[in-house]
Design a protein around this ligand. Structure first.
Ligand SMILES: C[S@@+](CC[C@H](N)C(=O)[O-])C[C@H]1O[C@@H](n2cnc3c(N)ncnc32)[C@H](O)[C@@H]1O
Length: 283
């Protein structure tokens, strides 16, 4: 049962992601290196090829948009959508720098997308639609924009024990600040951690022939402190948990997060393998 107000939740998220865009600019290279294979696989699962017309939901800094645009080629087109103007602005810059002229950028929450039926041959969302509080309804809308028989492919993180780069900071912050886990049904990076939960998003959106597969994303940082800075700068759900507390409590929490990852990974380079789930279904 949902215990959150969808509109309020989206407004909060918009503000947080608008802030986080600065961090994504700083860390985009590391994020790309670790997760480009997920983009490529989603593009494949969605059946994108030369000439495809593609919708990317919550594209953020432009993935898997840019990967899809390369595959679709000059005869195809990708519409990158996101509710954060600053994330999209960065995506636009990256598309320009990559010389990709076949992308349109549209600022919109997933719940508010509006296109004519049959506008697209494929849809994608990498770690995106999972943040929409009415995700099933949004998936249903997206299905309506697709040509019958075309596919949507989405990615999310697996269960916390298999996603240490998020679970370590979240667990540490909750213990340090004595805060409970998010209310059931609250969207977030770990809110669709099973094949049933992620595949169910597409099934409840009316997609058929839904299949789910696994992959690993491996991140590496120079030190526990670099890891902590990364999380602080790119992960609004964790930042939002810590930000309401007094400055010295915040600093102690970030130090505890660095300590917790040091306990797991040692004092030098921090290398963490994280489980990703990918679901795809037919419109
Ligand atoms: C983790 S980032 C993922 C960005 C990109 N797809 C990627 O894989 O790197 C999540 C993105 O979802 C966007 N977002 C969050 N809630 C949303 C919603 N309800 N509708 C549209 N975008 C949303 C945020 O602005 C942010 O850009």
């Amino acid at each position: 049962m949902k215990t959150i107000d969808a509109q309020e939740f989206r407004a909060l998220q918009r503000g947080q992601w608008n802030e986080a865009a600065r961090g994504w600019r700083k860390w985009a290279g590391l994020i790309d290196d670790a997760s480009s294979e997920i983009s490529e696989r989603l593009v494949g699962l969605a059946g994108i090829g030369p000439g495809s017309r593609v919708l990317d939901v919550a594209a953020g800094y432009g993935e898997p948009t840019l990967s899809a645009a390369r595959r679709a080629g000059p005869g195809g087109r990708v519409v990158a959508t996101d509710m954060s103007a600053t994330m999209l602005a960065f995506g636009r810059e990256r598309a320009h720098a990559a010389g990709l002229g076949n992308i349109d950028f549209v600022e919109s929450a997933a719940s508010g997308l509006a296109f004519a039926p049959g506008s697209f041959d494929a849809a994608l969302s990498r770690f995106g639609i999972i943040f929409e509080p009415e995700a099933e309804r949004a998936a249903e809308r997206v299905r309506g924009f697709l040509t019958p028989g075309s596919r949507m492919a989405i990615a999310s993180w697996g269960p916390p024990e298999r996603v240490p780069f998020l679970a370590i900071p979240m667990r540490t912050a909750m213990a340090q600040l004595d805060v409970p886990p998010p209310a059931p049904g609250t969207p977030g990076p770990l809110s669709r951690p099973t094949p049933e939960a992620l595949g169910g998003l597409l099934i409840d959106g009316g997609f058929g022939d839904v299949v789910v597969e696994e992959a690993t994303v491996s991140f590496a940082w120079d030190s526990p402190e670099a890891f902590t800075t990364f999380i602080r700068e790119i992960a609004p759900p964790i930042q939002a948990m810590i930000a309401p507390h007094p400055p010295q409590v915040q600093e102690a929490t970030w130090a505890a997060i660095a300590g917790a990852v040091r306990d797991v990974a040692g004092d030098g380079e921090v290398r963490l393998d994280n489980l990703v789930l990918m679901a795809s279904g037919r419109a």
